[in-house]
Design a protein around this ligand. Structure first.
Ligand code: B12
Length: 139
């Protein structure tokens, strides 16, 4: 039953992404696609279709997916200067010891751009493809 509901909701969001912005409860809603990739542990990439309200931040989209998809979850920490840091996705957390973190990218025509702000500040655009990629960083 829950999986049927999830499938119907996903189909709806897929249609939304094909058709463009819709108005949901009086607010313009911009469809976006979110992929999760973790090459470091050979995880199968997953893709979710969701939306942000016009001018809304990426965090809203992540929360929406978490509410609708039982297999997607994330945690945050708060930095005093830069706001919200995406700590873990689907139970996999970045680590200072291993020098890993969840990098946030935007993909367009096969080109990947690293976002210049975090999930609490970034405002996705209509049909944007956001990627959360488990990555390493160098000291
Ligand atoms: C090193 C670094 C990182 C490292 C931190 C690793 C570590 N444990 O040291 C890593 C690679 C993890 C990182 C990641 C990101 N970073 Co960075 N990072 C820096 C950098 C170059 C230095 C920070 C530092 O060491 N300061 C010195 C220490 C002593 O101070 P600190 O306060 O303890 O530093 C901490 C914070 O800076 C925090 N941090 C680092 N980046 C970010 C980003 C966000 C959004 C948050 C909330 C916290 C945060 O991690 C540091 C260690 O704990 C700064 C630029 C700069 N020169 O300051 C950018 C900077 C802070 N990062 C930035 C960004 C955008 C990101 C990413 C969102 C990039 C991306 N698209 O993936 C990601 C965060 C993704 C996520 N999961 O939420 C921006 C933030 C701008 C903003 N207004 O939000 C900065 C200012 C670079 C820029 N664009 O000019 N980053």
């Amino acid at each position: 039953m829950a999986s049927t509901r999830t499938t119907i909701l996903s189909m709806g969001l897929l249609l939304l992404s094909i058709q463009g912005a819709l108005t949901i409860r009086g607010q313009a809603s911009l469809p976006i696609r979110l992929s999760v990739m973790n090459d470091l542990s050979n995880m199968t990439p997953e893709t979710h279709f969701t939306y942000v309200v016009e001018g809304g931040v990426l965090l809203g989209a992540l929360r929406r997916i978490q509410e609708m998809q039982p297999d997607f979850n994330f945690t945050l920490t708060e930095d005093p200067n830069y706001g919200l840091f995406l700590e873990s996705v689907n139970g996999v957390a970045g680590s200072d010891t291993d020098q890993t973190y969840w990098e946030i990218l935007s993909e367009s025509s096969g080109e990947y751009t690293r976002l210049d702000v975090g999930i609490g500040c970034y405002t996705p655009t209509e049909n944007e493809h956001i990627i959360l990629r488990f990555s390493t960083w160098a000291k």
